[in-house]
Design a protein around this ligand. Structure first.
Ligand SMILES: [Zn+2]
Length: 308
């Protein structure tokens, strides 16, 4: 099977010749992302060393600079961005080059960080405080961020990516309370994911380690869900099978990836595959592994998938 055929089978409940696998890390390039920064080349080199079935392209670039957000009223200043301009435009250029140069049998998905993530960054952590003070005003800004991300996500598909890796943070006991997260962020998350629903390999990533609101997976349109199944206190792969009918992505603990030896990583992968079953599974870390990870560890993850 080609990587695309294998992934299609995994996502749509078909039979796979082996479990598909993936992994990713930040590249920490300077200047951050964009053509000229070397992102496309770094992704290519990463692909060649490890040959994942799914290349999740990183996004190491900031949101376009905005006026400072220090008070609830400042959220009014945000307006939707044009996806082909500025920072996001540079990231799109890199994705375009990558898609053009990479083996066409290998699907590329673009990382898109969620509305909560950018809103909290832009307000230097004051998002929830401002939302409690003036929800209607803050929502004007959140809607502008969501529209920017919706446009950007659409643009990644238009240039040839076959899905997005939509990384939600804040939807855990470490972030917002369940009620604070669901209203309003669930709607914004849905808006972004719905805009790319025609793409075959959209991943919903629930980022965090403590009390993730896993039941959100059934309220959002993504066929693949990825979370830190080995490292946090969220559901195990086996438990997740009873909570969600789509394709699971995980099985490897990203937090200990640099500490385990290759044999231990391979064993962890094989145990995860046994626990979750071979179907509807992509073997991967639950989140990014560290940027200086050694190639032999990545190859051990790969070997577990190859032996599945
Ligand atoms: Zn994560």
């Amino acid at each position: 099977m080609t990587p695309r055929e294998r992934l299609s089978a995994a996502v749509n409940g078909g039979t796979v010749d082996r479990v598909p696998y993936s992994a990713w890390h930040h590249f920490m390039l300077t200047p951050r992302a964009g053509v000229g920064s070397g992102l496309a080349e770094a992704e290519q080199r990463f692909f060649q060393s490890f040959e994942p079935d799914l290349l999740k392209a990183m996004h190491d670039i900031d949101y376009e600079p905005t006026p400072e957000i220090n008070t609830p009223d400042d959220w009014r200043s945000l307006t939707p961005l044009k996806p082909h301009c500025g920072n996001f435009g540079r990231q799109l250029d890199s994705l375009h080059v990558l898609r053009w140069e990479l083996n066409p049998d290998v699907p590329v998905i673009a990382t898109v960080f969620g509305v909560y993530h950018y809103a909290n960054e832009l307000s230097k952590g004051k998002l929830l405080e401002h939302l409690r003070q003036a929800p209607d005003t803050v929502n004007l800004g959140l809607a502008a961020i969501a529209e920017s991300l919706r446009r950007y996500a659409r643009a990644t598909i238009e240039i040839g990516c076959e899905g997005i890796y939509y990384a939600v943070n804040g939807a855990t006991g470490e972030g917002a309370t369940r009620d604070e997260y669901l209203a309003p962020f669930l709607e914004y998350d849905r808006m972004v994911l719905e805009s790319v629903q025609t793409a075959p390999f959209n991943v919903l990533h629930l980022h965090g380690y403590k009390d993730i609101y896993f039941d959100m997976v059934n309220d959002l349109p993504a066929k693949i869900v990825c979370w830190s199944d080995q490292a946090g206190n969220g559901p195990s792969l086996k438990e997740a099978r009873t909570l969600y009918g789509g394709c699971l992505m995980g099985g490897i603990d990203e937090t200990s990836f640099g500490d385990l030896n290759p044999e231990q990583i391979k064993l962890q992968g094989l145990v995860a595959i046994k626990e979750a079953g071979r179907d509807k599974l992509i073997l991967s870390p639950g989140c990014a592994v560290s940027s200086n990870v050694s190639a032999d560890r990545l190859l051990a993850l790969r070997q577990a998938a190859i032996e599945s």
